[in-house]
Design a protein. Structure first.
Length: 578
């Protein structure tokens, strides 16, 4: 029994080839579904992990794209099997999709390990799906390739291009300020998301798919293609074909996700004006691969890498559709060849340098050359001080320059509901110099570190024309957000980090050029406050939530589960076949 390909030593052969009772059961159940032995015996079995659902607009085209991937797998002589994965809809899950990133990562790893799989295509794009799928596939260790969902088409409102997320925040401020009415607000609502696909700004979704490509985990140029473009269909089929070839070549993640790949991802993230969410996800991915990475690595890359992608929210005008037609990520990376490890291997079977040959910019205002960036340092800065000894992050390219060095009195909120209840009060004691603080919104306190870090500007200040002010939180913010928001303060307040000790009226000092963030309170007073601090009750007592808060690491470590940072496979045995 078997085929001429049996000598290739396919992992799936362990299920289907032996002449014994157990394998007969595997084969007969495949026959039960209408497959013929010629469909699957001796052929690379490719798992297609599909994160489609009726609640995930970013992936609403995946019903069709999975068929496009299957076509490519069949063309290359493989056997495709679709394995549905948890759909982490950024727009529908509460309290936050970040709470479930590690659940999808675990599901991906276990699905691949438990099934007769030789390789995998990972279908994702909505913010947390990209890192979750990659985390799981890294730990599983089988050949894998990532298929990005692609950005949606640009939005439109009265002839103006709308960017999902970024313009929602912008027009909501105007709605609260009273400068637009309900009719205009409804027009924005109907025009801001015109097609399937993830956000068309350089938010978290585009950031993470760009990181995946920079790490060598997608076909060259795959992440720039709009979801609704016919080129996306062709790319999907090509991805299916390539997955089969990777199995035959034995091209596993440990050959791709190396220190060089992580460093390439850091450079590209900074040059694209990346989301602050890049920090927690790339930290987790590197640590899964056994590669030491810390916040200081992000700051070093930021100080030496200019922002070249003139895309909202760091840019002022353009969106991802413009980025694609300007040459896409390959064109951007081609401007950075002196900063990239060009010998890094990619899923294409070629080095990164080889994949960039011939790439060129078609619009130098959308993708800026090195000598004319939109921002001379990278997208992120890492701050430390007595309020965040383990670090915090800010996106300097997306906030008013005057707030990069600032002092002001704190206005502290202990919860999101507390903040929401008073932020629009006309008698709120707040000025443009006030530092808004939201705490107990971190990995454990949120729970799940929700995207609450872009605290709304108080309505009384909006009416005065204020559109940015300094805000601090142990939460995250959406990659489509903007403003002077200092995020991911670690350790978080919920576990007793110094943020828990701040009081309304304390003076907060931020100095981004010198990477400092402090509360100007003397040590004796802080010690007294520490002695009086009482730990809040746990957020969960059972289920996945209990697992999460027991094992999630802090933001500066990537918010992965501590027991999953095990490197490439090895520590988890292959399933026995009885």
């Amino acid at each position: 029994m078997g085929s001429d390909d049996h000598g290739a030593g396919l992992r799936s052969d362990r299920w289907f080839v032996p002449d014994d009772l157990r394998s007969m059961g595997h084969r007969s159940r495949m026959l039960q579904m209408g497959y013929d032995e010629a469909d699957f015996l001796g052929k690379p079995v490719i798992a297609i992990v599909n994160t489609w659902s009726d609640t995930n607009p970013c992936h609403s085209h995946f019903k069709q794209r999975v068929e496009d991937v299957k076509r490519g797998v069949l063309q290359a002589g493989g056997f495709p099997i679709e394995l549905p994965g948890l759909a982490l809809s950024e727009s529908q899950l509460k309290p936050t999709s970040m709470l479930y990133r590690n659940m999808l990562a675990m599901e991906t790893e276990e699905m691949l390990r438990a099934h007769p799989v030789d390789g995998a295509v990972l279908m994702g794009g909505c913010d947390k799906t990209t890192p979750a799928l990659i985390l799981g596939a890294i730990s599983a260790g089988y050949p894998m390739i990532f298929l990005p969902a692609g950005p949606m088409l640009r939005g439109n409102y009265k002839g103006q291009a709308l960017g999902s997320g970024s313009d929602a925040w912008k027009y909501w401020d105007e709605r609260r300020a009273g400068t637009i009415g309900e009719a205009e607000w409804k027009d924005v609502e109907g025009g801001i998301a015109r097609s399937y696909g993830h956000c068309m700004t350089f938010g978290t979704a585009s950031t993470m798919t760009a990181i995946a490509e920079a790490m060598g985990l997608t076909l060259p140029g795959a992440t720039s293609i709009p979801a609704a473009d016919a080129a996306h269909i062709r790319m999907s089929t090509q991805t299916g074909r390539r997955a089969v070839e990777m199995v035959r070549e034995g091209l596993t993640p440990d050959r791709i996700v190396t220190r060089a790949a992580i460093d390439n991802a850091l450079v590209v993230a900074m040059a694209t004006g990346c989301s602050t969410n890049a920090v927690v996800h790339l930290l987790a991915m590197a640590r899964r691969a056994g590669i030491p990475l810390c916040l200081d690595d992000f700051d070093r890359a930021s100080r030496t890498t200019p922002v070249l992608a003139n895309i909202r929210p760091s840019g002022k005008t353009y969106l991802m559709e413009d980025f694609y037609f300007a040459g896409g990520l390959c064109a951007l990376m081609a401007q950075l060849t002196d900063r990239l490890a060009l010998n890094a291997m990619t899923v294409s079977g070629r080095t990164l340098g080889e994949t960039l040959e011939g790439a060129e910019i078609h619009n130098t205002d959308v993708i800026r050359p090195i000598d004319n960036p939109i921002y001379h340092e990278g997208s992120l800065a890492v701050l430390r001080g007595n309020i965040a000894p383990d670090g915090a992050v800010i996106k300097p390219s997306a906030c008013l320059p005057r707030l990069l060095v600032h002092r002001g009195p704190a206005l502290v909120f202990d919860s999101y509901p507390e903040m929401k209840a008073v932020i629009d009060r006309d008698d709120l004691d707040v000025t443009a110099d006030t530092v808004l603080i939201l705490r107990n919104a971190g990995p454990q306190g949120g729970p799940g570190m929700p995207e609450w870090g872009m605290l709304p500007i108080p309505r009384k200040l909006l009416r005065q024309g204020v559109r940015d002010m300094l805000r601090l939180s142990d939460a995250r913010m959406s990659g489509t957000s903007y403003g002077a928001c200092v995020l991911h303060l670690a350790p978080e307040a919920h576990v007793g980090g110094p943020l828990a000790l701040v009081r309304t009226g304390d003076i907060i000092a931020v100095d981004v050029p010198n990477r400092r963030l402090d509360m100007l309170v003397d040590e004796a007073e802080l010690a007294a406050r520490r002695a009086r601090w009482v730990a809040p009750p746990p957020r969960y007592e059972r289920g996945y939530g209990k697992l999460y808060i027991t094992h999630v690491t802090q933001a500066d470590k990537g918010c992965d589960f501590d027991f999953l940072e095990t490197g490439f496979g090895g520590k988890v045995p292959e399933p026995e076949i009885f």
